[in-house]
Design a protein around this ligand. Structure first.
Ligand SMILES: Cc1cc2nc3c(=O)[nH]c(=O)nc-3n(C[C@H](O)[C@H](O)[C@H](O)COP(=O)(O)O)c2cc1C
Length: 315
């Protein structure tokens, strides 16, 4: 049985190109309900104009993930929420207010939308008509300089509207700076995050941004924070929580095999994307090169399952 070592909850951060249903299935099978996963950002228009394909491509029948959406037109958000209210496999909508990418910025979505406080408010008023859980993901500030007023006024808005769960990427977002630099150049500021938790004790604020080492976990633990959103580290080293001795994962092979079996009826199955997600579970293993080479020539799920069953990778 897999054991909890500390009572902590984790969230797999939404990541375009990574948190597709293959990777989410892998994480969900490995960590069970210790990690809630988030889809890649999905623009509301895609749901409005191509509902069935968008949902069935991003979510498996046995979906456990939250959907992350982006939008900036309150009427479109209203239509999107009406659609999502009819989709039973979804139980949590997260709204993106932090993405700085230029395409997102051009459409006034994500971080760019936060330049317009009143429009954010109108969008959130539509969002809260979702019948299950609603949360927001945002940055700690806009631009290079620390601006407590930005995050305090937004947290105040979320709180008043009734959105209590907020994932905060603990660094500012900068418009007109590319996405990669936006994840490295603005400095991480966990102190301002903890200040937010003190100012808004009635809210559930979850830190994100380089939460990937014991020192950071211990810092947050000392502040009574025990929920974390983690992105890149899960995709670099799927088992890092075990390596840090924060979680224990036994019987890895059947868990990995279950993540493949969960894709059985998946209409959009792409074996290369499936292997890409499996490779993350093999990173940092001494013989990972050889295993990846073996896997690279496999082109169907049945042979993948046979390979994992036969090769005793984690025995
Ligand atoms: C490749 C990539 C794609 C991302 N796509 C999204 C996205 O679709 N929505 C979002 O809110 N954040 C996105 N992010 C930001 C992550 O959710 C997270 O906030 C960021 O990586 C910092 O967390 P980390 O240091 O744990 O990776 C993305 C990050 C990466 C690396």
């Amino acid at each position: 049985m897999n054991k909890r070592i500390f009572s902590m909850n984790y969230y797999l951060a939404p990541m375009m190109g990574y948190t597709d249903c293959y990777f989410r299935s892998l994480i969900e099978n490995i960590y069970g309900n210790r990690v809630l996963t988030f889809s890649e950002m999905i623009v509301d228009k895609a749901i409005i104009h191509n509902e069935i394909k968008t949902i069935s491509k991003h979510f498996l029948e046995k979906n456990k993930s939250a959907i992350q959406i982006a939008g900036s037109d309150p009427q479109e958000i209203k239509r999107t929420i009406n659609i999502l209210n009819r989709i039973d496999i979804l139980k949590h909508v997260n709204f993106n207010l932090g993405c700085p990418s230029s395409r997102v910025q051009e459409n006034m979505l994500g971080l760019a939308l936060t330049q317009n406080y009143d429009l954010v408010k109108k969008c959130l008023f539509e969002l809260i008509n979702y019948k299950y859980e609603v949360s927001v993901k945002c940055r700690l500030g806009l631009g290079m300089n620390e601006d407590k007023n930005y995050i305090f006024s937004y947290l105040n808005l979320f709180n008043e509207i009734g959105i209590k769960k907020v994932f905060i990427h603990c660094r500012n977002g900068v418009l007109n700076l590319d996405t990669k630099k936006n994840r490295t150049i603005p400095k991480i500021n966990y102190d301002l995050f903890t200040e937010c938790t003190k100012k808004f004790p009635e809210m559930e604020l979850i830190p994100n941004g380089e939460v990937n080492n014991l020192e950071t976990f211990n810092f947050f633990k000392s502040k009574n924070i025990n929920q974390f959103m983690i992105g890149r580290q899960f995709s670099k080293d799927t088992f890092f929580l075990e390596r840090l001795k924060l979680e224990e994962i036994e019987n890895k092979t059947p868990l990995i095999m279950n993540s493949i079996k969960d894709l059985d009826n998946y209409k959009y199955l792409n074996i290369n994307l499936l292997k890409k997600s499996l490779f993350t579970a093999l990173n940092n293993m001494t013989n990972s090169k050889k295993i990846k080479k073996d896997l690279s020539i496999i082109d169907n799920t049945k042979d993948l399952l046979n390979y994992f069953e036969r090769s005793h990778i984690w025995s």
